[in-house]
Design a protein around this ligand. Structure first.
Ligand code: ARG
Ligand code: ZN
Length: 880
C-alpha cells in the first residue's frame, strides 16, 4: 500500500463504536469561499467497548479549535482523523466542541457541503458528513440534531435543515438565521442543509389518523410550474405507505429540494430530501412519459426510505441493501399499484426485469461481481450498484413470494416492532419476515435462503422435460448451478421460487403453481395429461436467475399466443428474437434474414385486438445489444449492433403496413396525461414511427421522414416531439440535422432537455464510425460542461456505456476517449469517474483486437499516479 492509500474494509472486521454521540449542535456561517462550522457534541464512552482514544473522521477540513468541556485539549491528526486521547474517564457524558472551516465553492466532488447555482446543498451518504465536520461518520452512531444556519439574507433567503423550524430572524450586516430541530435521532448520513434563492410549491395534507402535515417542493425561481407532478407523487407516496404498510409520515414538515448538480438520483435526508432536478421537474413540453414515471418512482423511493432506511437504518455500509433493496422493492410495488390494472402492472414488472437483466446480470458476471451484502470494499460509493439495489429488491420480492402479501406485511410490522430506532443488519430483516411467518417456506429454509445475501453471481436454472405419452406423465427436472465469481469459486444451492404453469396446445392452462427449488437437482411430475404440455417457467420472473430450457419455436409461439402470464408471454418473444440474433451473430457470412413465422408472430402481436399498446411496444422491441452480448462467450459489439440493426430493418420493412396502422391507431388526443394507457399508446406510436422512417431509408421514400419532421415541429408534448426527433436520428435521415438544430434552439434554456439532446446524438447508431467524432465535437459545444454530472452522463456515458456498437471501435479510438475522460473526471469528481470507469467492465469477453486494446486503455488509467480510491478500485478489479 502506498502512502496515503486507503485500505480495503472488511465486513468481518465490524466493531461497535467506542463512543456514542447523543446530541449535536451545528452552527454554520455559510459562505461559498469559507464556511465556518461550529460543532458542539455530547458524547459518552460505549461501556461495551474497551477504553480507547476517540477517532473522528474528517476530510478536506481546516481545523481551528477543539474544546473538551469548554477547555482547550491536546489532539493529533492521523491519516485525516482527529484523535483525542485525553478525554474524561468513566461513562459520564462530556461536551466536545470542534470549530472548522471548509470551502463549498471548491467542492467539485459534490460530497459534503457544496455550491450549485449559487445555492448551498449537502450530500452526506455515504461518507460526506466528514467533509463538513469531524465526526464518527458511521451509520450506527445516531444523534439528535439542532442546526443553526446563518447567511446573507439577499443571496440566501431560504435556509433549510432537517426537522422543524423553531426560530428565525435578522442579524447584522444583512445576514439572517434559521434554527432547525430534528425530533428524530439519526445517523449523520441523513443530515442535510440547503440555503439559497428557492421558491416552493406547498400542500397541506391530513393523514388517515387525522395528523396534519406540510409538504413542500423547493426549486429555483422559474421552475415552479414544473413541480406539480412531483408534489402529486409525494402525496400519493404518503397515502400509499399508510394504506399498504400502515406506515405514516412521522414529521410535521416534509421537504423536497431540487438541484441540477447531483451525483446520483436523490437522497432521503430526514424530512429534507435532496433531488437531482431530473427526478423533480416535469412539464408536458419538457419531460417525456418516462420522465414522469421516473419522477413518481424516485419520489416514492426517497419517501419510503423514511421508514426503510431512516427509522430503521443500517449497522454498517455492508448492509446497504437492507435499506436499498427493500426500498426499491417498495417503490416498484408503489408504481405497480398506481398503474392499476393487471396488464399495466405486468408492463412495469417487465421493465424492471429488463433493467435487472441488462445491467445487473452483466455486473454479476464481471470483475465487480459482489454479493447483495458485500464482504469488502475500498470505496463504499462504488457499491451503490444494481446488485445492491435491483438484485436486492429481487431478494426481498422472493421473500414476499414465499410468505404472501399478508405475511409480508406482518413481517414488516414485526421488523419495525423489533428495530424501530435501531441500526441493524440484513439478517435482522430476513429474521423478522421469517419469524412473522412460522411454518412458511421462508421460515423453514431461512439459512439457505440467506445465501442470496452472501453469494455473488447469477444462478442458472437448467430445466428439462420428459413426456411419457403412454402413461400421460410429464416430468420436469430442475437443476441449479452458479458460476464462480471473484473470490467465490464454489457456490452452494440457493432457494429459488419457480412459478410455473403448463399449457395445452390450445393454450388452456392444465396446471400451475409455485415450486420452491432448493437442491442442485429436483424432479416434478404431472400425471394424467392427454398430450405433451408447453411449460411456462419462472412466471413473473419469480427469481433473479437465468432459466435455461431448450424451447422449440413452436412452444415459444404457443406461449407468445396464449400464456396467461404476461411476463412469460413477453419473454417468449424475447427468446424467439434472441435465438435468431445469436444465430446471425454466429454466421457472419450468411445474410440476416428473418423467417416468416417470427415476422408473422410479431405482426400478430402488433395487430392484436385486446393487448395493451404498452405491452405491444415491449414485445416488438428487440433484446438490447447488451443483453445479446451477455449470452456470448466472445463478444464483438459492432457485429451484434449490425445484426440487431438488420433485424430491426427487416421488421420495419416486412411490417410496414402494420406500423402505418399502429401509428394512425395510437394517436392520443385531448389534454396531455402521462397515465399508463396514454403513455403506452405514445410509446407504440413512437416505435412505429421509428420503423416507418427506417423502412423509408430503404425505399428512399420521403413521406414518413416528412411526417416525422412535421410531428417533431408541432407535437404538443415532449414524448411525441422527442420520439419524432429520435426516429429521424435513428434512421439517419438528412432531416435529423435541421431537427436537432431546431430542438436546441427551442430548448436552449432547459438544462434537462439539453441533456436529452446530447444523449440522443451520443447514443445514435454508428454509421461508418461517425458517432465518436460527433461526441468529440459536442465536448466543445458551449453548453457542454463536464463538471455537471447530468451533462457528463448525457454525453460521455451515453456514448461509452450505452452505445456499444459505436464505442467498441476496431481502431480503439473509443477506448482512448474513455481513458481520457475517466482521468479528466477523476480530478473533478471521483464518484462520477468511477461510474464511467465501469464502461469497460466486460473487456475480458471482447473479441480481439478489441480485448487487447481495452486492456491497454484500462492499464493506462491504472498507471496514473494519484488516482482516487473510487477509480483505483474499479480498474484494479478489472485487471485482476
Ligand atoms: N440513498 C440514496 C438513494 O438511493 C442514494 C445516495 C447515494 N449517494 C452516494 N453518494 N453514494 O435513494
Ligand atoms: Zn435508496
Amino acid at each position: 500500500m502506498r502512502e496515503g492509500q486507503a485500505a480495503v474494509i472488511h465486513r468481518a472486521d465490524y466493531q461497535p463504536p467506542a463512543f456514542w454521540i447523543d446530541t449535536v449542535e451545528l452552527c454554520f456561517d455559510l459562505d461559498p469561499a469559507k464556511t465556518r462550522v461550529l460543532n458542539r457534541m455530547r458524547l459518552r464512552r460505549n461501556p461495551d467497548v474497551p477504553v480507547q482514544p476517540l477517532r473522528l473522521d474528517g476530510e478536506e477540513l481546516n481545523l481551528a479549535r477543539v474544546l473538551v468541556g469548554g477547555q482547550g485539549t491536546s489532539f493529533k491528526l492521523e491519516g485525516g482523523q482527529l484523535v483525542l486521547e485525553n478525554l474524561p474517564e468513566g461513562h459520564e457524558p462530556f461536551e466536545l466542541e470542534i470549530f472548522t472551516t471548509c470551502a463549498p465553492a471548491k467542492n467539485t466532488k459534490l460530497m459534503g457541503l457544496y455550491v450549485s447555482n449559487d445555492s448551498f446543498f449537502t450530500q452526506c451518504e455515504a461518507e460526506g458528513f466528514r467533509r463538513i465536520t469531524y465526526f464518527l461518520d458511521r451509520p450506527d452512531v445516531m444523534a439528535s440534531y439542532t442546526v443553526l444556519l446563518r447567511a446573507d439574507r439577499r443571496r440566501y433567503p431560504v435556509l433549510l435543515s432537517n426537522g422543524n423550524l423553531v426560530d428565525q430572524g435578522e442579524l447584522e450586516d444583512g445576514r439572517h438565521y434559521a434554527k432547525w430541530v430534528d425530533p428524530h435521532r439519526k445517523p449523520c448520513y441523513l443530515f442535510a442543509l440547503v440555503a439559497g434563492q428557492l421558491v416552493c410549491r406547498e400542500q397541506r395534507i391530513a393523514s388517515r389518523s387525522g395528523q396534519e402535515h406540510l409538504l413542500q417542493v423547493y426549486v429555483r425561481p422559474g421552475d415552479l410550474d414544473k413541480t406539480e407532478h412531483a408534489m402529486n407523487s409525494l402525496i400519493d407516496s404518503v397515502a400509499w405507505d399508510e394504506a399498504r404498510f400502515g406506515l405514516p409520515l412521522d414529521l410535521e414538515r416534509f421537504m423536497i429540494v431540487a438541484t441540477s448538480d447531483f451525483n446520483m438520483g436523490a437522497m432521503e435526508n430526514k424530512g429534507l430530501n435532496i433531488f437531482n432536478t431530473k427526478y423533480v421537474l416535469a412539464s408536458q413540453s419538457t419531460a417525456t412519459d418516462t420522465d414522469y414515471a421516473n419522477i413518481e418512482s424516485v419520489v416514492g423511493h426517497e419517501y419510503f426510505h423514511n421508514w426503510t432506511g431512516n427509522r430503521v437504518t443500517c449497522r454498517d455500509w455492508f448492509q446497504l441493501s437492507l435499506k436499498e433493496g427493500l426500498t426499491v422493492f417498495r417503490d416498484q410495488e408503489f408504481s405497480q399499484d398506481l398503474a392499476g390494472e393487471a396488464s399495466a402492472r405486468a408492463v412495469k414488472r417487465i421493465e424492471d426485469v429488463r433493467v435487472l437483466r441488462t445491467a445487473q446480470f452483466p455486473e454479476d458476471a464481471g470483475p465487480m461481481a459482489h454479493p447483495v451484502r458485500p464482504d469488502q470494499y475500498l470505496e463504499i460509493n462504488n457499491f451503490y450498484t444494481v446488485t445492491v439495489y435491483e438484485k436486492g429488491a429481487e431478494v426481498v420480492r422472493m421473500m414476499y413470494t414465499l410468505v404472501g402479501r399478508d405475511g409480508f406485511r406482518r413481517g414488516m410490522q414485526l421488523y419495525f416492532q423489533r428495530h424501530d430506532g435501531q441500526a441493524v443488519t440484513c439478517d435482522d430483516f430476513a429474521q423478522a419476515i421469517a419469524d412473522a411467518n412460522p411454518g412458511s417456506k421462508l421460515a423453514e429454509l431461512l439459512p439457505q435462503f440467506k445465501r442470496w445475501y452472501s453469494q455473488a453471481g447469477t444462478p442458472r436454472v437448467q430445466a428439462s422435460a420428459r413426456w411419457d405419452a403412454a402413461a400421460g406423465t410429464y416430468t420436469l427436472t430442475l437443476g441449479q448451478t452458479c458460476p464462480p465469481t471473484p473470490g467465490q469459486p464454489v457456490k452452494e444451492p440457493v432457494v429459488i421460487p419457480v412459478a410455473y404453469g403448463l399449457l395445452d396446445d390450445q393454450g388452456r392452462e392444465l396446471a400451475s403453481g409455485l415450486h420452491v427449488l432448493t437442491q442442485a437437482s429436483e424432479t416434478l411430475s404431472f400425471q394424467g395429461l392427454q398430450a405433451e404440455p408447453v411449460p411456462s417457467l419462472l412466471r413473473g420472473f419469480s427469481a433473479p436467475v437465468v432459466l435455461e430450457f431448450d424451447y422449440g419455436d413452436a412452444q415459444l409461439l404457443a406461449l407468445l399466443a396464449h400464456d396467461t402470464d404476461p411476463f412469460n408471454r413477453w419473454e417468449a418473444a424475447q427468446r424467439l428474437a434472441l435465438a435468431r440474433a445469436l444465430r446471425f451473430v454466429a454466421q457472419p457470412h450468411e445474410p440476416v434474414a428473418l423467417d416468416a413465422p417470427f415476422v408473422d408472430a410479431m405482426r400478430g402481436i402488433l395487430r392484436h385486438p385486446t393487448l395493451d399498446a404498452a405491452f405491444k411496444e415491449l414485445v416488438l422491441t428487440l433484446p438490447s445489444e447488451t443483453y445479446i452480448a451477455e449470452q456470448l462467450e466472445v463478444v464483438d459489439p459492432p457485429r451484434i449492433h449490425a445484426v440487431r440493426e438488420a433485424m430491426r430493418q427487416q421488421l420495419a420493412q416486412a411490417l410496414q403496413a402494420d406500423w402505418e396502422w399502429a401509428w394512425e391507431a395510437h394517436q392520443v388526443g385531448g389534454a396531455y396525461r402521462p397515465d399508463p394507457v396514454s403513455s403506452g399508446r405514445r410509446a407504440l406510436a413512437g416505435l412505429a414511427l421509428t420503423h416507418l422512417c427506417l423502412a423509408a431509408r430503404a425505399s428512399a421514400d420521403p413521406v414518413w421522414p416528412g411526417k416525422a419532421y412535421q410531428r417533431f415541429k408541432d407535437a404538443s408534448n415532449m414524448t411525441d416531439r422527442f420520439n419524432a426527433l429520435s426516429a429521424l436520428v435513428v434512421s439517419g435521415h438528412e432531416l435529423a440535422r435541421p431537427a436537432l438544430q431546431r430542438f436546441h434552439a427551442m430548448f436552449k434554456d432547459e438544462a434537462l432537455v439539453l441533456d436529452k439532446w446530447f444523449a440522443l446524438q451520443a447514443g445514435a447508431p454508428d454509421r461508418g464510425g461517425n458517432v465518436l467524432p460527433a461526441v468529440r465535437q459536442l465536448m466543445q459545444h458551449p453548453d457542454f460542461n463536464i463538471r455537471n454530472p447530468n451533462r457528463a452522463r448525457s454525453l460521455i456515458f451515453s456514448y461509452c456505456s450505452a452505445n456499444p456498437g459505436a464505442f467498441h471501435r476496431p481502431d480503439a479510438a473509443g477506448y482512448v476517449f474513455w481513458s481520457e475522460r475517466v482521468m479528466e473526471l477523476d480530478a473533478i469528481n471521483p464518484q462520477v469517474a468511477a461510474r464511467l470507469a465501469r464502461a469497460l467492465d466486460r473487456w475480458n469477453k471482447l473479441a480481439e483486437p478489441l480485448r487487447g486494446a481495452a486492456r491497454e486503455a484500462i492499464a493506462r488509467v491504472a498507471a496514473k499516479p494519484d488516482l482516487s480510491n473510487d477509480v483505483r478500485e474499479i480498474v484494479t478489479r478489472a485487471l485482476a
